[in-house]
Design a protein around this ligand. Sequence first.
Ligand SMILES: [Zn+2]
Length: 161
Amino acid sequence: MTEISPDIATETSEADPNRPAPEAAEGVSLPGSGSGPTSDPERELWPAMLKGWRLKCPSCGSGPLMRGYLTVTPVCPVCREELHHQRADDGPAYLTILIVGHLMAPLLLVVFEIWRPEPLVLFTIFAVGCVGLSLYLLPRLKGAMIGFQWARFMHGFGRSG
Ligand SMILES: [Zn+2]
């Protein structure tokens, strides 16, 4: 304790007369060097992803996120949040295949083992089920992924705020 306190005292006493500016510079650089720009407030991850899942703007939650089935609205018509920064790319398709595959493959085995339906019946049910579930999940997973990117200030989402 006796060793630490004189060091701090000497450092501060040396720093104070020479440069009062470094403390102010550190204070400015700390939020800037952290994650995300300083002007943007904290964005909560799960509400933003839930809004995206509901195909709503991750910022306000009321404007439509999609213009068509998968086309993202460039700017939210309600809150004017720029949504064209999104880079969902192949992520939603990857997640859709992952989820549908891991749901339907075991289900196919269970249905076959229990009921032993006709092959054509089994194929028809699971073809329709896989396509339907994929079409349901794909835009919602894309919305959730955009919400994730928005909440994490990714791909230019931070600069617009
Ligand atoms: Zn909005």
